[in-house]
Design a binder for this molecule. Structure first.
Ligand code: GLC
Length: 479
């Protein structure tokens, strides 16, 4: 079996001038962060079993949420929909018109920055803010409803239990959100109440996860897309399952071959700590997060945590091996002070042969007040490489698990999320790891490939709303 060249280098070649103690410790950490092909395959096998268990009534770490999006678009969907996407930094409101022309649409949009503090505020503050932005959008774009309120598709990218497409009880906040009074409640009802109070003439017709929106929007353009995936602040994927293979909805008595989109919520994979190679830095990331014990896989892989892992390693090197000796690293000690873009930049900078690593130097200087030597900069680059490589390789396990579970031998994965495009060599590394897990012969091109996704929370959400319009409340529950 050919091992990917993108596995982190364990036998690291250190440039001269790096103290032995630092290089020894970096080598040890590199070893811990190395996930070889055999481990990738073992993790994936466990992942497949957990995906299956999540579809039953058995306890599983992975929720496998039924989304009630029940078909792929044909390209002939029509209608006008408002959409809202509540992301980690912004809220985006769109007016989407699906036109008569096959696959055609028009879209206008506005973005608003989420105010600081909202992520840890109260439910009222959150919904009032969202409802106000929708109201503003209607005025700004001169949108008036007719007899009926305007239909709205709401992309809410957190785990919810849905009884139908326009309902969703928040299971738990993820991605660092910690807003009181929402967990355990129907977020559609909460948003509609805030809209009602303000007389905003809008009704929610679909609650959509970003992965499902991505899947539907990408498949609309390219029928070879079989998985919708997000690799950004969080990490998660959705795919279309047959109802007959989802024992936990047997009570709805749906035809066995009826498709239904499953939002895996596989960021929660291995919450029971059976298979992932967690180390002291992962334990620390979890401990200081608002929901310790949750989202184990996501915390080792996704954009929100990559910077934090690298930051903890740098501090560890300082405290144990005399790295950045004499420097005042108090600003670096602040939890969550390093963004994933910084880690990516460090690695990218270090790969340039004649580089003086000007960008890394500038970032460390501006953001943390540190003046590293050239050797210290090189160590930062290595740490970036070690952390980003592990993230990409573990990310491939989730995709491989869906492929294996579904018997998907060829196809495309539509991936969206800021970090996917920006993280240095992420796509190449994930593809190489996928190849190792799937064991494709050397002379065969990649059979499952990653492609940039279409707009899931705008077009995808509008399509899901249109596709659900003949069955707005989802199937009736039989038992
Ligand atoms: C987190 C959320 C999930 C979302 C993902 C990507 O894992 O729980 O719903 O799809 O982030 O945004």
């Amino acid at each position: 079996m050919k091992e990917a060249q993108d596995a982190p280098r364990v036998g690291i070649h250190f440039p001269p001038g790096i103290p032995d103690k630092v290089s020894e410790e970096v080598s040890r950490i590199a070893q811990i962060f190395t996930v070889d092909g055999e481990s990738l395959r073992r993790i994936t096998d466990h992942f497949v079993r957990e995906l299956d268990r999540g579809l039953t009534h058995e306890d599983s770490d992975i929720p496998m949420n039924v989304t009630w999006a029940m078909k792929y678009p044909t390209g002939y969907e029509t209608g006008q929909y408002l959409t809202i996407d509540m992301g980690g930094t912004n809220i985006r409101v769109c007016n989407v018109i699906l036109t008569e022309e096959k696959g055609g649409y028009e879209i206008t949009q506005s973005k608003f920055k989420l105010p600081r503090g909202l992520k840890t505020g109260t439910a009222d503050e959150l919904w009032n803010y969202v409802a106000d932005r929708v109201a503003e959008f209607l005025v700004e774009h001169d949108l008036h409803p007719g007899e009926e309120k305007l239909p709205l598709a709401f992309t809410f990218s957190y785990p919810v239990t849905q009884e139908n497409i326009r309902h969703g009880v928040l299971q738990r906040w993820t991605k660092g959100f910690d807003i009181a009074g929402v967990e355990g409640h129907d977020v559609v009802a909460q948003l509609e109440e805030a809209l009602e109070v303000r007389n905003v003439p809008v009704r929610v017709v679909a609650l959509v996860n970003d992965t499902t929106g991505t899947l539907i929007a990408s498949a609309y353009r390219d029928p070879q897309v079989k998985i919708g995936s997000i690799f950004g602040t969080g990490c998660n994927s959705a795919y279309l399952e047959r109802c007959g293979r989802v024992p936990k909805i047997a009570g709805y008595e749906l035809p066995d071959d009826q498709p239904v989109a499953i939002n895996t919520e596989y960021g929660a994979f291995d919450n029971s700590h059976q298979v992932l190679p967690r180390c002291q830095f992962d334990v620390e990331v979890d401990r200081t997060s608002p929901r310790p014990g949750q989202q184990t896989y996501e915390k080792m892989v996704a954009g929100l945590y990559v910077g934090e892992i690298a930051r903890l390693i740098l501090i560890h090197l300082h405290d144990t091996s005399g790295f950045l000796e004499g420097a005042d690293i108090s600003r670096l000690r602040r939890v969550n002070s390093m963004e994933s873009s910084c880690v990516s930049k460090m690695e990218e900078d270090g790969s340039a042969t004649e580089s003086v690593m000007a960008e890394t130097r500038a970032i460390l200087n501006e953001q943390f007040g540190i003046e590293p030597t050239l050797q210290e900069l090189r160590v930062c680059c290595l740490i970036g490489e070690i952390v980003c490589t592990r993230a990409a390789r573990l990310y491939a396990c989730g995709i491989a698990a869906i492929c294996k579970k579904e018997g998907l031998e060829t196809g495309r994965v539509g991936v969206d999320g800021s970090t996917f495009e920006k993280l240095f060599r992420f796509k190449t590394r994930a593809a190489a790891a996928l190849r190792e897990i799937m064991d494709w012969p050397d002379d065969v091109e990649d059979l499952v490939t990653f492609v940039q996704a279409e707009d899931g929370s705008g077009i995808g959400a509008a399509l899901i709303a249109a596709l659900s319009s003949d069955c707005p409340h989802g199937p009736a529950r039989v038992s």
